[in-house]
Design a binder for this molecule. Sequence first.
Ligand code: BTN
Length: 252
Amino acid sequence: MVSAMWSGEWEIRWLEQVDSTNSYVRDQARQGVPEGLVVAADHQTAGRGRLDRRWESPPGANLLASFLLRPDCDAADAHLCTAAVALAGADACGELAGVEPLLKWPNDLLVGDAKLAGVLAEVEFEGSALAAVVVGIGINVAWPGPADAGGTCLDDVRMTAQPVDRRQLLERVVAGLTRRRTLLDAATGRRALADEMRRRCGTLGRTVRVTLAAEEFSGLASGIDDAGQLLVETAGGTRRVQAGDVVHVRPS
Ligand code: BTN
């Protein structure tokens, strides 16, 4: 371990190298470690993205971090943990780099149409009850991702003179998550979080192309329901998308 520190209720462990910060934190969650563990790494040898993809990042380039949450909510609300971390990440980028990324459903941060960050949430159950949610975020700081992926990084879009420091960025994400954390435990708070997510989601109002395992369709993204599903207005009616690949279609 490179360093360990406490920031309020959070224990931050910064590792030189790990397979995946999400896998590490999941393992800790299964061993009963309480909420509040934050693990960041300079390098991941097997970083994971959504839909079983890999998440690549050269050593020391980007922020790679995972949070252990044990919210008092049902599994159906776990998607709001993703939203809380994504919103905290967006705030942190605004505070340190002067850029205001929008959320892309379900869990990316975009600057314009370029991906700045991705979030991967994984749930742990005890019987049928939600025991933990592990939320990992990868924010591109100095490397925009693979050349063919259309990503960007803070170094390319920042409005500030100084490059963004990854440790300071993590501290700001932690602060943003701290501001939202208690919202997850009560219905009124969860509604407020869902509303903030809808307000800051750049997918709404856009034409999107949705790719599911067995089909593809396009339509207008009109809303996000309380279960976190994207509502898409198509020629055949409203479709609800639970998980899938969504691309914002450029206006022609
Ligand atoms: C995605 O957009 O597909 C989600 C990417 C999530 C990447 C982060 S990096 C830190 C954490 N550890 C992982 O293995 N993945 C997440």
